[in-house]
Design a protein around this ligand. Structure first.
Ligand code: SDX
Length: 436
């Protein structure tokens, strides 16, 4: 049973300007704030709306993920993230995000088979890595390799063919772990490990990342469960910056691999997916809890441009529910790995405690977000900090693909084309250089 509804008009809003008035339909979805449909405003009032970072703008109708920033609620197709993190698996969540409902056993088996059959990369793609320096940031490698995939899989880039859309979705979700693991292997000078179809999605990634040819590889169930849960927590998040990038690129008809590469590039920024790497750098720079007051002082000084990384969110004005689950997982992983005192975790906990009691952060409703604890777990699991954002990108690929498919199938879909408030020079005539 699909829960995908369309928005319905529940009222109207009147905007008056310059002795003209426009009646704007107010639309509501299934849950969450209603929206004023402003599409007629230019024709009726001759003006645009202005919302430079889209903080008050609904860019689309979507039935994939719902966030309530005030209550700290996150739902994937209506299912609370807490329940999915506890009871589900990443591939089951991937099916849910892509197709709208939880799969039955047969559907999950078929879906898992389809993903597993696409984990290998075209052998020529290996040549890409020869062009990188060994110390290239893995996100640079992800951007490049994913962006080139349409050249290797030209048989699944016709966006108007539902079957090709489905194949490119399987290819993207299946191959991103291989690409991510190989980026790390290239950084450390170890041989690439080919995917193993006898392993689960999370185990296969950990195998390709950690295994070496001379050694037999034995999956660690603690790390597998933690990895799978981290993937679930990062899978989708409504119309965040990188997802909006994927949708805008997709609205032009660009092929799916190019759109995902655009999303990877957007996620890389430290204000977005790059924050997990930045949190570890920040904790390392603070060094000891005695230095926290001085650091907080810097953060409050606007001229320092120092941010408390892993804190704050455009939508959450309460605790990011993912951060709570991540913190709990952090404890579990460290304990099960026998890591008694992780100084980074102690420092992070102290920093969180101080920040949550400090009026500067309380007044601005700044709470830990998904990135605050993820880096500590990933570090404990043996990942270098440069791999934190690629792992975020690996998991978010299913969200990007799901949102891209929803956009392509949306009958209202048109090319995205924002306007502007022009503040430059009015029309003026060219002046010859000898007259200037
Ligand atoms: C992700 O959108 C998503 O859903 C993203 C994401 C996803 O899953 O896709 O959730 C993943 O990107 C999480 C966010 C990771 N980024 C960081 O942790 C970087 C640190 N955070 C900040 O850069 C910031 O909080 C942002 C970028 C996340 C949000 O920026 P906003 O919307 O501009 O922040 P705001 O409007 O809430 O800020 C209000 C005030 C401002 O100060 P004043 O002008 O009012 O004096 O709080 C300040 C901000 O300067 N502020 C911070 C701060 N975040 C906001 N001050 C210090 N440290 C911070 N982290």
């Amino acid at each position: 049973m699909s829960h995908n509804t369309s928005s319905k008009q529940i009222g109207s809003a009147t905007l008056t300007y310059d002795n003209k008035s426009a009646t704007l339909p107010v639309l509501s979805g299934s849950i969450g704030p209603a929206v004023a449909d402003i599409r007629k405003i230019q024709n009726e009032l001759g003006i645009f709306t202005f919302d430079p970072s889209y903080g008050a703008t609904a860019s689309c109708e979507s039935s994939i993920t719902y966030i309530d920033g005030d209550e700290g609620i996150l739902l994937y197709r209506g299912y609370p993230i807490e329940q999915l993190a506890e009871h589900s698996t990443f591939l089951e969540v991937a099916y849910l995000l892509l197709w709208g409902n939880l799969p039955n056993a047969g559907e999950l088996k078929d879906f898992t088979h389809n993903v597993t059959m696409h984990t290998m990369l075209h052998e020529q793609i290996r040549r890409f890595w020869d062009g990188f320096r060994r110390d290239a940031h893995p996100m640079a490698m992800l951007c490049s390799v994913v962006g080139a995939m349409s050249a290797f899989y030209p048989d699944s880039i016709d966006i108007h063919d539902p079957r090709q859309r489905e194949i490119s979705a399987f290819r993207m979700i299946a191959k991103i772990p291989t690409i991510t693991a190989w980026a790390h292997k290239y950084n450390v000078g170890q041989p690439f490990m080919y995917p193993r179809n006898d392993l689960t999605y999370a185990d296969n990634f950990l195998f390709m990342f950690h295994a070496v040819p001379p050694e037999a590889y034995k999956p660690n169930p603690i790390l597998s469960r933690a990895m799978d849960r981290i993937f679930i927590l990062h899978a989708d998040h409504e119309q965040n910056a990188s997802t909006s990038t994927v949708r805008l690129a997709g609205s032009t008809g660009a092929n799916p691999f190019a759109c995902i590469a655009a999303g990877i590039a957007s996620l890389w920024g430290p204000a977005h997916g790059g924050a997990n790497e930045a949190v570890l750098k920040m904790l390392a720079e603070i060094g000891h809890k005695d230095h926290i007051p001085e650091f907080i002082k810097q953060v409050k000084d606007k001229n320092s441009h120092v941010k408390l990384m892993g804190f704050g969110h455009r939508v959450y004005k309460n605790y990011d529910p993912r951060a709570k689950i991540m913190q709990k997982t952090c404890y579990e992983v460290l304990e099960e790995l026998g890591i008694k005192d992780e100084p980074m975790l102690d420092l992070a906990m102290e920093l969180e405690k101080i920040a949550l009691e400090d009026p500067y952060f309380v007044e601005r409703k700044l709470y830990p977000n998904v990135d605050f604890y993820s880096g500590i777990i990933l570090k404990a699991m043996g990942f270098p900090t440069t791999m934190f954002t690629p792992i975020f990108a690996l998991a978010r690929t299913v969200g990007w693909v799901s949102q891209w498919m929803e956009m392509i199938e949306d009958p209202q879909q048109r090319i995205g084309r924002p306007r502007q408030v022009y503040t430059g020079a009015p029309s003026r005539d060219y002046v010859p250089v000898d007259k200037r």
